[in-house]
Write a protein that binds this ligand. Structure first.
Ligand SMILES: *Cc1c(COP(=O)(O)O)cnc(C)c1O
Length: 374
């Protein structure tokens, strides 16, 4: 029995080993490790790819979110709308500025925040909306931007899981006023360590982010704001330059793998399979199914996961606890039942092994193991 991991980064490295090794050695020999030409080249290439006039590399997707919120001068007394069904960093970086995250429920079809529920969450304190393109599925950005414009709000796209995804033929990260990407190794464009980027078409915001990520300074040792230290280093930028050239091919492989999963899993009962909504291009950072829990029939997501593991199939739960129910956010006062879709789905989701290069035999083994448990 073969073990199938949730992601296999070593397999991806093998495909680009020669050119990656050479690029890493070239950086080592250059003596230029922080900033420098390799980082600015990558920033330019990524700007061209996403289609924004500015890209600022930074240390992580978390920092990219923080820098975006800071640059918009969001802070104490302000509210920022985010989904509750996302990675913690989305709301955490709002809280880090002293502002308050305000959660909305998701659309169970997309796992993304339901744009129809946005307006009810807007108050006089609302400053921004952070749509998260979860699992690689783009949010309906046309609708989000229209609502934001009507209420004079900023939009910060959290693109961490969706590099390369498009809404209506326009890349995610080019819709919002200022947007955040992560290059964490398991993301669609991932480095060999931490990394992130902010994208924007606004030169004033871009300039501000560059200042804030350098200890609030434009000129060395002259500080005009309380910022942070956040750098995309040259080794990561060199690796990301290479991987960016493969990104579309790898996203296509994810799309093909998603299609095959859907064919293989369709006949299995008690499953709800993920779908791609019209208007967007999904890049499948995760292939996330829902198990229809049923006590009387003994169907339970956590048991399914354990049984899969016994058959060598390693699945993941993204995310078991919605943000509004996290201990740290008890003070925000959202009781159980606040967001029924989010709460139900957190108990049903199971993300299956998904990565470029996963092969048909592996996917068949996953499907077979699932069939055996249900
Ligand atoms: C990964 C992720 C982040 C954070 O990115 P890091 O690079 O790990 O800091 C933020 N939001 C979402 C939705 C993510 O998946």
């Amino acid at each position: 029995m073969k073990k199938i991991p949730p992601v296999d980064l070593a397999r991806q490295y093998q495909q680009i080993a020669q050119e990656t090794d050479a690029a890493i050695l070239a950086v080592l020999k250059s003596g230029y490790y922080i900033g420098g030409p390799v980082v600015s080249e990558f920033e330019q290439q990524f700007a061209e790819y996403v289609g924004t006039s500015h890209v600022i590399g930074c240390n992580s997707g978390t920092d990219a979110l923080y820098l975006a919120v800071l640059a918009l001068e969001i802070g104490p007394g302000d509210e920022v709308i985010t989904p509750s069904f996302t990675f913690f960093a989305t709301a955490e970086m709002v809280s880090q500025t002293g502002a308050t995250p305000v959660f909305v429920d998701i659309d169970p079809l997309t796992f993304n925040l339901d744009p129809h529920k946005l307006e009810a969450a807007i108050t006089s304190k609302t400053k921004a909306i952070i749509p998260v393109h979860l699992f690689g599925q783009p949010v309906d950005m046309g609708m989000v931007m229209a609502i934001a414009e009507k209420h004079h709000l900023f939009v910060i796209e959290d693109c961490a899981q969706a590099t390369g995804a498009k809404w209506q033929d326009k890349q995610v990260g080019s819709w919002g006023h200022i947007n955040a990407f992560s290059f964490f190794p398991t993301k669609n464009l991932g480095g060999c360590g931490d990394g992130g980027a902010v994208t924007t078409n606004d030169p004033v915001l871009a300039d501000k982010v560059r200042m804030l990520k350098e200890h609030g300074s434009r000129q060395r040792y002259f500080h005009e704001a309380i910022g942070i230290n956040s750098r995309l280093d040259a080794l990561q930028a060199a690796i990301l330059q290479i991987k960016l050239r493969y990104l579309d091919e790898w996203n296509q492989q994810r799309q093909q793998a998603a299609q095959l999963y859907t064919e293989l899993l369709n006949p299995i009962p008690h499953l709800i399979l993920p779908t791609e909504i019209d208007g967007g291009e999904h890049v499948w950072n995760q292939y996330t199914i829902r198990i229809q829990n049923n006590d009387s029939q003994g169907i339970n997501r956590d048991r399914v996961r354990e049984k899969l593991q016994e058959s060598g199939v390693l699945s993941m739960i993204y995310y078991p606890i919605p943000l509004h129910l996290q201990v740290v956010y008890q003070s925000l006062g959202y009781p159980l039942g606040s967001f029924p879709q989010t709460e139900a789905i957190a108990e049903q989701v199971l993300s299956l092994p998904m990565f470029p290069g996963i092969n048909i035999e592996e996917q068949k083994q996953v499907a077979y193991a699932l069939k055996e448990t249900l």
